[in-house]
Design a protein around this ligand. Structure first.
Ligand code: HEM
Length: 239
């Protein structure tokens, strides 16, 4: 009832599901970044490359069990996010709240726009899943064979347009995470004056680490696809 009725209860659900998704993003970003390390160790595309091993780890049955839990984490976070935003709009007197000239300090650009950022992130997540998940885990689940993850990296990021969409996605993710991280601690009661500033800085650092892992992966794949692909193709085909 607490989760359903009180606004703090809803924010609490939002904070816990957000923390869970941040942990997922740290793991996901690290495994993706293995493809950058593979480039420097000459193992991009190799069967014993770190990225390949990371993808194999994510395909283990014990990790597969996490898939519905992860999906639930996203659904709860998005569902409560919409609910909280609609209530905030009503509480502040409808959409006209944007006309108020003096907003509080905590009501920063990303605070006001967490909902819009969430929509951008969710929309592009659907686009992203068609590039990788649908060709790997979904194929595995449906009895097919997952495609080579290095090949998918090259195919996806070869297009400068797709790279640009991903970069927009990462910028939205950075703003959403930087604010969300700090807000999560506010919700659970860490709101002393000293920690207020510290948590803002820590939030920016955590968001930057996650997004740098993704940006490096995408740009590295773009460079590989354009400058190194001919050497790599036979290697990848032989896997
Ligand atoms: C350079 C950026 C990214 C790359 C190269 C990438 C790559 C991948 C790959 C290879 C998979 C399939 C894993 C498998 O099926 O075994 C996957 C799945 C997934 N990705 Fe990403 N990803 C990126 C960014 C992101 C971001 C920013 C998010 C979230 C905001 C995200 C969310 C997901 C989710 C929810 C799945 C499905 C669950 C899973 O298989 O782990 N990805 N991604």
């Amino acid at each position: 009832m607490f989760m359903y009725k009180s606004s703090i209860g809803k924010k609490f659900v939002q904070a816990v599901s957000g923390a869970f998704l941040i942990i997922f993003l740290l793991l996901h970003g690290t495994i993706n970044f293995f493809s950058v390390i593979d480039t420097f160790t000459g193992k991009f595309g190799a069967a014993d490359g770190l990225f390949q091993k990371g993808c194999e780890f994510m395909a283990l049955p014990i990790v597969d069990i996490m898939v519905p839990i992860l999906a639930l984490g996203f659904i709860i976070h998005i569902g409560y996010g919409i609910w909280l935003s609609v209530q905030n709009i009503h509480a502040r007197g409808g959409l006209k709240r944007y006309e108020v000239p003096n907003k509080g300090a905590a009501d920063s650009w990303s605070s006001t726009n967490m909902f819009i950022l969430g929509i951008v992130i969710f929309g592009l997540l659907a686009f992203h899943l068609t590039h990788f998940w649908a060709k790997m885990q979904l194929l595995d689940f449906t009895g097919g064979e997952a495609e080579n993850p290095y090949m998918l990296l090259l195919q996806t990021f070869k297009s400068p347009w797709i790279l640009a969409f991903y970069v927009i996605w990462f910028v939205a993710l950075f703003l959403h995470l930087a604010h969300g991280f700090w807000s999560m601690f506010q919700t659970v009661g860490w709101n002393s004056q000293i920690w207020f500033k510290r948590l803002k800085v820590i939030g920016i650092i955590v968001a930057a680490i996650i997004v740098i892992l993704f940006v490096a992966t995408a740009i590295n794949a773009f460079v590989q696809a354009h400058f190194l692909q001919p050497d790599l193709l036979p290697h990848l085909m032989g896997m």
